[in-house]
Design a protein around this ligand. Structure first.
Ligand SMILES: Nc1ncnc2c1ncn2[C@@H]1O[C@H](COP(=O)(O)OP(=O)(O)OP(=O)(O)O)[C@@H](O)[C@H]1O
Ligand SMILES: [Mg+2]
Length: 229
């Protein structure tokens, strides 16, 4: 049975004092354990919607409610974001002066229940899964774009998030690296019964999803349930 994680209801977002309408009356439900792909042309509102779902930005009107009883009580917002959500940003925001290993450990530093050893092991394991075991001591500004992108994936997963918001996670990598990234994200989602929302232009990613949501000019134009999944 599908169990809802969150509901987006009638979300509108306008930037620049209302001059730029980025989202218009967007409603959707995300369920536990599903992979959902958000597709649409540049500027249609994908990143805006991801940021609002991840509570990095506020809607102009409408609401985002986390309805899963296991998490709806977690406050304050900063703790909620840290404990529940893994973000993969369109620009990956790694800290250049830290090594890949240190970047991946960053989200765990605020959690006093995790020992230094556990933190190091967890980060090293994820880097290994993403094919970066040999590079973990390199600085983030001394590795390739695809290596940085894979590091950002490891950093997003290190907290065992219930919701992974991935904005163009394979935007700037070759097809083999894209495959590693998608396999890692999807297997994580299945293993932890979490929810994966990917914004992308890539139709081949849409085939891997349980549902595909298509957007145009700030609105949802279509939601397809994939038969194969
Ligand atoms: N901070 C901002 N201030 C003003 N306008 C913005 C801001 N962020 C986005 N916009 C505008 O809102 C609209 C939606 O942008 P958004 O970044 O959500 O699109 P997108 O679908 O993610 O595009 P892309 O595929 O290029 O990443 C666009 O018209 C964009 O120019
Ligand atoms: Mg975007």
């Amino acid at each position: 049975m599908t169990k809802p994680l969150l509901k987006v209801e009638s979300v509108h977002k306008a930037y620049e004092g209302g001059l730029i309408p980025a989202l218009k009356d967007v409603s959707l439900t995300l369920n536990r354990g599903e992979t959902v792909v958000l597709m649409g042309p540049s500027g249609c509102g994908k990143s805006t919607l991801l940021n609002i779902i991840g509570s990095l930005d506020l809607p102009t009107s409408g609401s985002v409610d986390y309805v899963d009883e296991g998490i709806s009580h977690i406050r304050p917002l900063s703790l909620f974001r840290r404990e529940v959500i893994g973000f993969i940003f369109q620009a990956h925001h790694l800290l250049p002066v830290l090594t890949l290993q240190e970047n991946v450990e960053t989200p765990l530093l605020a959690n006093s229940h995790i020992s230094k050893d556990a933190r190091e092991t967890k980060a090293a394991e994820l880097l290994e899964v993403l094919g970066l075991g040999a590079k973990k001591a390199s600085y983030a500004n001394r590795v390739s774009g695809g290596e940085r992108q894979r590091t950002a994936i490891a950093r997003a997963l290190v907290n065992d998030p219930l919701l992974i918001l991935a904005d163009e996670p394979t935007g700037s990598v070759d097809s083999k690296t894209a495959d590693v990234i998608l396999r890692t994200l999807i297997s994580y989602t299945k293993e932890f019964n979490s929810t994966l929302l990917i914004a992308t232009h890539d139709e081949s990613i849409a085939r891997l999803a349980n549902r595909v949501i298509r957007m145009k000019d700030g609105q949802i134009t279509d939601i397809e349930q994939n038969k194969t999944s």
